[in-house]
Design a protein around this ligand. Sequence first.
Ligand SMILES: *[C@@H]1O[C@H](CO)[C@@H](O)[C@H](O)[C@H]1NC(C)=O
Ligand SMILES: *[C@@H]1O[C@H](CO)[C@@H](O)[C@H](O)[C@H]1NC(C)=O
Ligand SMILES: *[C@@H]1O[C@H](CO)[C@@H](O)[C@H](O)[C@H]1NC(C)=O
Length: 490
Amino acid sequence: MFRSRRYQAIPLVFFAGFVFLVTFYPYPLARTTFLLASSLQSECYSPIPIASEHNNANANAALSYKSTTIPDGAHANGFTIFDNLYLRNGTLFVVTANVEAFPAKEAILSAPLDMAAGRENLPTNEHMQFIDPREAKGLLGSQPPLYIDDLTVIVYDTDQFVGHYYHWWGELVLGFWRVYSMLGESDLAFPTRFMLPFIDQGRWRDDAGVNGPLLRAIHPSLSVETLDQWKDFIKLDRTVVFNRVAIINRQAGHRHPLARKYSKMIAPTMELEPSSNFWAPLQKALARNLLGYGPFSEMSSKNLKGKNLKSKPKPIVTYVSRQTAKQRRLMPKDHQDLVRGLLQLEKEGLCQVLIPEMERMPIKEQVEIASRSTIMVGVHGNGLTHQLWMPSSPQSAVIEIFIPQGYLFDYEILSRNMGHQHYAIWNDTVVTYPIGTTHKGTNKPPGFQGNNIPVHGPTVIDVIRQRLSAKGAGDNNSRMMKHKWVQAGA
Ligand SMILES: *[C@@H]1O[C@H](CO)[C@@H](O)[C@H](O)[C@H]1NC(C)=O
Ligand SMILES: *[C@@H]1O[C@H](CO)[C@@H](O)[C@H](O)[C@H]1NC(C)=O
Ligand SMILES: *[C@@H]1O[C@H](CO)[C@@H](O)[C@H](O)[C@H]1NC(C)=O
């Protein structure tokens, strides 16, 4: 009883307070309301800064839509950097009086549908429009657009391919950095956010569970936004402007003749000529943030645990074994011979040999091994994506074992980007291509995915010996970056 009486008293006290305020408040309530409604005309009103004008709080300035540009021409099929790109109701708008200066829409993006043989998925006006500055107010509204700062990366794709270590890092991110690097040689800002407008929360993650953690390790403050955040903007019925944004789209990449030839979405980016160490900032950030040391020049004086060494350590040769994988295993005896050969090299003091089963290791150890390796050996497979964290040097190499005559460009194209020499091994045959040439087309003969892939151990060991004694003359693969990736036939 007593308690409920006290609660009844509370509204009474509030009501009394309200009556007091209304009676004695220096400004009548009616006037306060009037001020809010007509604030734009009022002299004592100072406008609330609007998101799009964070550098310039003058909300009364005449609204004009800045033209969209592609800074430094940073574009290859499927990878385009824009400044001042607009978004309204889910449609991207390029505001320009000079449409001819832009690549065709289908070289930029596609309808966000799964890829399938014979399905073009051509983009329509629902996805992207080029509009004249004079049309902008009519189409984008007369309110200032909401401003999205820094650098955004939009992966304009479904979840068909993204949830895979190679596809995410070796294609989307690598291709993006290659094109983005056209903006300058050093100190490029890292992206602030990834937007995945057509992918549900979590569906971009890979089974091996490395994509997300690596992203955090390289840029800890980066956010990944998915479908629901994109829908928020659509619901607002307002225009959004991206300060700087990369649009990535797989099928647009594949529309390029080079991509058709090599069956790789980043093939068109190989025509650009960024600085040869454009990827180094990511390698350095990963080593520093995850392992706690770096840059790489310092690493040669530290052991695997990051402790200082008295003498220079031996180069590390890493054999990424697939012998417990479901497919693409070596013939057991050939695997054993290869391991024996590698251990012999170690015994001779030429190198340290590691034979990790990467997928069973904590991510930190995987990165540590990769970032300290000089040579990586393995059957064609996702483990070779780890070469992305292996520093380039005159000795650095990737030795990829295929079934004889088999050839895919996945890991060769990474090696060319990283500055590692790439060798394909067809049992006892070594296949490697100098600057400006490569294998003629892809080939997946029977047994390509099978578990009876032969390899002649001594052939691999010979390549490693040669490579470890390379002084950098001749096969300095980092120079490949300065050359167009053209086909010269096998
Ligand atoms: C927004 O986009 C949807 C889908 O493209 C379309 O059906 C709708 O008419 C658009 N709304 C406005 C206001 O433009
Ligand atoms: C692989 O090469 C070795 C050495 O030349 C040869 O003896 C062996 O028969 C080859 N294996 C296959 C499957 O071709
Ligand atoms: C490899 O090539 C680069 C670029 O031409 C050059 O700066 C570097 O010194 C070369 N390395 C060696 C060891 O020759």
